[in-house]
Design a protein around this ligand. Sequence first.
Ligand SMILES: Nc1ncnc2c1ncn2[C@@H]1O[C@H](COP(=O)(O)OP(=O)(O)OP(=O)(O)O)[C@@H](O)[C@H]1O
Ligand SMILES: [Mg+2]
Length: 271
Amino acid sequence: MTSTLCYALDPVRWAADKFSFFCDPWQAQVLRSNKNLILNASRQSGKSTVCGLTALHRGIYFPNSLILVASPSIRQSSELFKKISNGIHQLGIRSDLLEDNRTSCTMANGSRIISLPGDEKYIRGFSGVNLLLLDEASRIPDELFYGVSPMLSVSKGRMVMLSTPFGKRGVFHQQWTEGGDAWERIEIPASLCPRISQAFLEEERKTIGEWWFAQEYLCTFTETTDQVFSYADVNAALSDDIAPLFPVHSRADSEILSTTLQPLFRIGGKS
Ligand SMILES: Nc1ncnc2c1ncn2[C@@H]1O[C@H](COP(=O)(O)OP(=O)(O)OP(=O)(O)O)[C@@H](O)[C@H]1O
Ligand SMILES: [Mg+2]
């Protein structure tokens, strides 16, 4: 029987033996890394799944770990948290949980996994963080990044930012291009994902057009060359706190929504 020590040292083997999860080569690199990571990855490549496994492995084999999962919204953080809690159930260690609800759990070994909203106001107060996952990191507000970063300072914890690009803006783009040696960077275009077929990609390129295709599947930080205002300026002018004067159901909105959701339904169903 493989020992606990072996699984602690080799998360790739642990994932294979415990979950029949066979990593793509880049996913093995993620699981084995002990550095700060930026994953610039295609839609549906498997980034959330492997980061969920990373969190679970850390929680199980390093007692008293504090692991935070944040994203632009609590719904998205909860999606990743759900992957983690499904793993806990699959391993049959649910009864070892002292506390278990939709957004946080505490394991019997003292490790805690907590999912958080993307609003910097609500996430202050954690210290001694060992692992911080920022899912959909290209869409998080910059303040969130600057708010959570100090939580890792004393504990010397790791940050993992995972995302598909969303324009040349924000901390995800900035750290990817200018973040220096602080990060290990892994780029995962759709061609590196064996579950996304060439035929699908060709069809998708025709359907959504070059601009979206480059962003969603080729890891390209796209920006239109003829736009008057930069993404950063437009984004800075937006606020979720102000109710729209009129219901927004424009064609442009529905096009953006359907382009964003399309890959979920076309590559083997929902993740
Ligand atoms: N190594 C693997 N072997 C088999 N299936 C995998 C593997 N990695 C990921 N998957 C599956 O691929 C699908 C997409 O995974 P996941 O949700 O992690 O992708 P994602 O990159 O986070 O997607 P999105 O861009 O929508 O956020 C899921 O059904 C997941 O179970
Ligand atoms: Mg995801």
